[in-house]
Ligand binder design. Structure first.
Ligand code: 3PG
Length: 207
């Protein structure tokens, strides 16, 4: 894949923002806590605006787009300033659109056949989603030998409690999760709580 995924920490916050105004302080809080990459999901109308604001105003933060499930999303997120994209899945149309947008892409997989299909499209860094339901750390261990050239970003059910276990797996490049930016903290604009959560995750990931 590409250097774009060599972040300072191996933790990717998955953010569901409901107002674009929160995007910059949220990203600054993560950065203050030692996290320099963030996935803003396309789940609210403000997502593209939020990506554009972080991209333009938060130096040092690598912002990407998540929940990219439609081919037409790629052009929009690239134009907004997203430096990478993730999806919970993969289709031939998504792979084609990712290539056309020339944006690094981490497609989602949950089964061995989906991993094999993603690899046929040239993807060797894959989002295991939903990770907990797919079998979590035990699933990653089982996939290591048959797919020795594939690295994963498990997402779904990852938290400060099990972060270390996931990161210990040799086939885990990074993890994703929403626990760093809880909905209630975003709603109440509790940026210091996000700094604390980011610091905690950075310490676990670095230790
Ligand atoms: C997502 O929203 O992409 C994932 O479901 C995040 O899962 P989590 O909320 O368990 O971290």
């Amino acid at each position: 894949m590409t250097d774009i995924f060599e972040f300072k920490t191996r933790v990717m916050p998955v953010v569901v923002l409901e107002d674009a105004e929160s995007a910059v302080p949220m990203a600054e809080a993560l950065l203050e806590g030692g996290i320099d990459a963030v996935e803003i999901t396309l789940r609210h109308r403000c997502a593209l605006d939020a990506i554009a604001r972080v991209s333009a105003r938060v130096a040092g933060m690598c912002v990407g787009a998540g929940t990219v499930t439609r081919a037409e999303d790629f052009g929009r997120v690239a134009e907004a300033g997203a430096r990478f994209a993730l999806s919970p899945g993969l289709t031939p149309a998504l792979a084609q659109a990712a290539r056309a947008a020339a944006i690094p892409f981490i497609p989602g997989v949950m089964t061995p056949s989906e991993i094999a299909a993603a690899r046929e499209h040239g993807y060797l860094l894959l989002k295991l989603f939903p990770a907990a339901q797919a079998g979590g750390v035990e699933m990653l261990k089982a996939l290591a030998s048959p797919f020795a050239d594939v690295r994963f970003c498990p997402t779904g059910g990852v938290s400060a409690k099990n972060l270390k276990d996931y990161l210990r797996q040799p086939n885990v490049a990074l993890v994703g999760g929403s626990w760093l930016t809880p909905a209630d903290a975003l709603k109440s604009r509790d940026w210091s709580r996000i700094v604390t959560l980011a610091r905690e995750a950075s310490a676990i990931a670095g230790g």
